[in-house]
Ligand binder design. Sequence first.
Ligand SMILES: NC(=O)c1ccc[n+]([C@@H]2O[C@H](COP(=O)([O-])OP(=O)(O)OC[C@H]3O[C@@H](n4cnc5c(N)ncnc54)[C@H](OP(=O)(O)O)[C@@H]3O)[C@@H](O)[C@H]2O)c1
Length: 318
Amino acid sequence: MVLLLGHTGYVGSEFARELSRRSIPFEELSRQRFDYSDFESLYRRLREQRPTFLINAAGYTGKPNVDACEGAQADTLAGNTLLPQTIAHACAAAEVPWGHVSSGCIYTGARIREPDGSLHVEPDLTRAEVRRIVESEPDRVEGFRETDEPNFSFRRGPCSFYSGTKALGEEAIAGLGRSYLWRLRIPFDERDNPRNYLSKVQRYAKVYDNVNSISHLGDYVRACLDLWDIRAPFGIYNVTNPGFVTTRQVIEAIERELLPGRVFDFWSSDLEFYRLAARAPRSNCVLDTNKILSAGVVIRGVEDALMDALRHWKPERA
Ligand SMILES: NC(=O)c1ccc[n+]([C@@H]2O[C@H](COP(=O)([O-])OP(=O)(O)OC[C@H]3O[C@@H](n4cnc5c(N)ncnc54)[C@H](OP(=O)(O)O)[C@@H]3O)[C@@H](O)[C@H]2O)c1
């Protein structure tokens, strides 16, 4: 039996759907019924119930966006750093393997391959020279690997408070027991939802253009469970659809597939976006997916996943 924390949330509810689809017995734990952030209670429960696996899809995300975390720092730290630390200790003590929903937002930029073959980290993918490479020589853009130190964290700032706590959460788990750290990045799928990236970009008054790896939510959850199913080695995995997209590509696909005739407005520069629309710095980054693919998990490319979501789009009121 699997224990699922955070099933009431956007990501947790997808885990619940997929576990049901696979006929894997699971029990959902919500803070309303059980304080899973308390070490003693959680440890006792794990010892008594002896689950085969635990999934932590609980955490604090700012709503409507990451800026909200700047004004709720205690909750953000509790949900994203202290909670995974407590779960890691309880699972290690009770010898329960587990998986944690982490985030790719602990990086900014990408690794760019120079003509001489060397790689350098470029933290700002909006720079004109870098955008030229993204658009005309995409093969030179490589993602951050699981072994790369986060560069959008409290240790290597600036960062948002949210990202800082997610990076600390990974540190708090490292070296304790047996766990997967599944890095999710900008979730989307075909179901219109205020948390879905494809819904969000349609509702912004103005769109912020950048370059990112993104995760189809269903693909993400399937890939996370597949890692456990095939007993892949524990550790950190970037779980995004291989490749990357620019916001302009996403908008063009939305205009083509969903909203012909609609003209989207873009912020003219980073400076304008941060002056008028954002409180916290944003992570925009490319992640390398070779580790999860080499482990034997099948995950479709980002363009396929994006087009599939748009072609099967289910508007909220439908
Ligand atoms: N959504 C994204 O864009 C995104 C991207 C990358 C990573 N993630 C990560 O995915 C995880 C889940 O995110 P989500 O989008 O599903 O969030 P969500 O919809 O807000 O759900 C999170 C769930 O976590 C539980 N929880 C436990 N401690 C909490 C706390 N201190 N404050 C608030 N909720 C708490 C709540 O469930 P109960 O009260 O029922 O126990 C809540 O329903 C988080 O760790 C987040 O950092 C999300």
